[in-house]
Write a protein that binds this ligand. Sequence first.
Ligand code: 3HC
Length: 300
Amino acid sequence: DGRTSRLGEVDQQKLRTIGIIGAGAMGAGIGQLAALKGYDVVFKELNRELADAGMARVTRLLDDMVAKRRLSKSEYDAALARVQATNNFEDMADCDLVIEAVVEKMDVKRAVFASLAAVLKPHAVIVSNTSALSIGEMAAATSRPDRVAGLHFFNPVHRMDLVEVVRAKDTSDDTVMMLLKLVKTLGKTPIVTSDSPGFLVNRVLFPYIGEAVRMVMEGHSPRELDREIKKFGMPMGPIELVDHVGLDVAWHVAGTLEHVLPESGDVIRFLGNMVARGWMGKKSGRGFYDYIEGKRGDAA
Ligand code: 3HC
């Protein structure tokens, strides 16, 4: 019917294989979810070693589900059998949708988008999981800006319900519709946002996080601050949240938002100094708190 043909170019029926560039915390979380929901998943990493580490991350997420009796052994085997990892862009050629989840650097993301556009079939859609960077700038690195959008998941992917579908200047209605449908199929709640720095959530979240970091700079204890804000009803305090998402990610997002966050330069520099010391938060064993085997110790 008219509706199906209108959806023709970005046909949901064609969405079988999802590629994911970067198998870090976000990429692995998204890949796990897609495999559980029946999609074939192909990860692309920079080299074989990182590709293997990505597979190990996905396997660990699935292991956790079995341990918590949320998944049977046969569902586990079926999900894992749908996942592959490669270090070669050419192995992405059959993907109908590719989700970019690499480091928050525009030049790296643009290079990924250009490489993908060169190997993918014409119908394929490319999205970025960026926290705050311009989708339009990434789209301009391809010859298919109508089939480019943002698809922003939150950390940890398996617990956070919301997904931002970012509509850039040239994103087509078909692309937006396809992504809305996909997010629902993944069991999450989509919202459409505009392509402005930080989209909706990070634009609102970062002034809150930034003020909390400023209070630590002024000498307040992270532990006390987190404890009090949790009493207010947040699942996690703002400082442990920075450690959880990664100081490197928080620093990049804050930097992208600098011109909409008034007088945030000192906070951004403070985060940048911690990142330069290798204090990335939970994943590196030290951030605002110390972590031993992923468990939080004292405030550093
Ligand atoms: N797949 C599916 N489910 C899994 C799983 C997996 N691999 N591993 C664990 N689970 C399940 C567990 O079984 C458990 O389910 P249950 O509650 O039904 O038993 C649940 O997931 C998680 O259990 P945890 O004990 O680990 O979770 P907590 O209850 O301690 O909550 C938290 C942890 C969800 C992280 C909570 O503290 C929280 O919501 N914190 C705030 C997180 C947040 O705000 N994130 C957004 C950050 S901002 C961002 O990402 C934007 C970026 O752009 C910067």
